[in-house]
Design a protein around this ligand. Structure first.
Ligand SMILES: Cc1ncc(C[n+]2csc(CCOP(=O)(O)OP(=O)(O)O)c2C)c(N)n1
Ligand SMILES: [Mg+2]
Length: 440
């Protein structure tokens, strides 16, 4: 008796959720053809572990024997659409929102990056070069679709309506930060926007996202999916494997969205893996439907995301989605990327290959772009961001005793005692603590 079958019986014995059992049994019967035999009755031999044809010629299957997965693209770098049938026909209003959200993110990033350099916030990560992956994917989703992100996906929040003051309050960890000052800057989260708070340890979100998708699948008439963003570097973590494999074997409605931006801090992707990117792992490695797109083309990302969502909901199966781009920025404010790559290379991706410049050219061809309105918009965003920084940095921090709250629904005794001890300590040594900076 297989381990999985035993587990199912055991689960039954302890009387667990019937729907859960049904789903696991379904997964087993779909995956286990009857009548195993090493003798091929048809063209394929039927071992429990694989169905494949026999051959009598010995061969090492070399990576180069397999063609790379092609990259879906709608718009070229000059903003022209090669195949008109692929134009998503989004209309001026939507395209303008896409463009403005990308520009807002880019402008806010520049200022917040500088504000870290001035010592006003402790840390920052920019999103330069990946704006189209965020906006194109977010635009194809509904608010009910649940997002798990890594950290470099602020554009998804911009699209969903996270406000400038919410971004900046989080970066300052002040009393209005939704995370109550408990996270590093850029570790956003918003219950209202269905965006799970970011975790620093890489890939934490991946098995969690698959679990959430599995729970969604068990809901009657489910009409939502989970989107899990991660970097190609994070895909080297063990948790990434667990996520891919559970998503495939349990048939979870999750889009595993890899932002392949070519670098994991200073490690270039060619040192990170030897296969065909992250997409290459999908169909053969995990048996997951896979899409690879040009992540600098907002329309390609949008179309692909629409198709992925339709598939995951209809089939209750995952999709591996690889968006190829280039991390134009340094990894974070703790990195100087010119130490490991050339300024000329960065410049190409920051100009002709930049997603904002591609969409701008498309809008110019359409007669939808107005230079004056554009610079007025950038000026206005700059003004709003700078003003908000001045406001956010003056706000007090949440009360320090809050650090014990928010993990457990009911605070356990040992935390109650620690909180009390700290309160007594602070009371006894007030003069040594900057209490006026914290909310009373
Ligand atoms: C488990 C773990 N190991 C290492 C780190 C340090 N670290 C933070 S980001 C990062 C690189 C991740 O690269 P990638 O997933 O490609 O995302 P990108 O930064 O390119 O968007 C590393 C190694 C971490 N946060 N967690
Ligand atoms: Mg990366």
């Amino acid at each position: 008796m297989s381990f999985l079958r035993k587990s199912v019986q055991l689960l039954g014995a302890v009387g667990r959720n019937q729907q859960h059992l049904k789903a696991i049994r379904g997964a087993i019967s779909a995956a286990a053809p009857r009548g195993y035999s090493s003798e091929a009755s048809t063209d394929y031999a039927n071992f429990p572990g694989a169905k494949a044809p026999f051959v009598s010629k010995l061969k090492l299957n070399m990576p180069e024997d397999y063609a790379p997965i092609p990259i879906y693209r709608v718009m070229d770098r000059d903003g022209f659409i090669a195949d008109e049938s692929q134009d998503p026909q989004l209309g001026r209003e939507v395209v303008e929102k896409m463009f403005r959200d990308m520009v807002l993110l880019n402008t806010m990033d520049k200022i917040l990056y500088e504000s870290q350099r001035q010592g006003r916030i402790s840390f920052y990560m920019t999103n330069f070069g990946e704006e189209a992956s965020h906006i194109g994917s977010a635009a194809a989703l509904e608010m009910r679709d649940l997002i798990y992100a890594q950290y470099r996906e602020a554009g998804v929040l911009v699209w969903r309506g996270f406000r400038i003051d919410q971004f900046i309050d989080q970066c300052f960890g002040n009393q209005d930060d939704l995370g109550r000052g408990k996270q590093m800057p850029v570790h956003y989260g918003s219950k209202e926007l269905n965006f799970v708070t970011i975790s620093s340890p890489l890939s934490t979100q991946m098995p969690q996202a698959v679990g959430a998708a599995y729970a969604m699948k068990l809901r009657p008439d489910n009409d939502a999916c989970v989107v899990c963003y991660f970097g190609e570097g994070a895909a080297s973590e063990g948790d990434a494997h667990a996520a891919f494999n559970f998503a495939a074997t349990l048939g979870c409605p999750v889009i595993l969205f890899c932002r392949n931006n070519g670098f994991a801090i200073s490690t270039p992707s060619h040192e990170q893996y030897k296969g065909d990117g992250i997409a290459g792992r999908g169909p053969m490695g995990y048996g997951i439907a896979t899409i690879r797109v040009d992540g600098t083309d907002v329309f390609a990302v949008y179309n692909a995301m629409k198709a992925a969502k339709e598939y995951v909901l209809k089939e209750n199966k995952p999709v591996v989605f690889e968006a190829l781009a280039y991390r134009v920025s340094h990894h974070s404010t703790s990195d100087d990327s010119t130490a490991y790559r050339s300024a000329d290379e960065i410049e190409v991706w920051n100009s002709v290959e930049h997603p904002i410049s591609k969409l701008k050219r498309y809008m110019v061809h359409k007669g939808w772009f107005n230079e004056e309105e554009e610079s007025a918009f950038v000026k206005d965003v700059r003004k709003r961001v700078l003003k908000q920084i001045a406001v956010s940095e003056k706000k007090t921090k949440p009360n320090w005793s809050e650090m014990f709250e928010g993990v457990y629904a009911e605070m356990p005794q040992h935390l109650v005692e620690q909180q009390k001890e700290l309160q007594q300590h602070v009371e006894a040594h007030k003069e040594f603590y900057p209490l006026k900076n914290f909310k009373q």
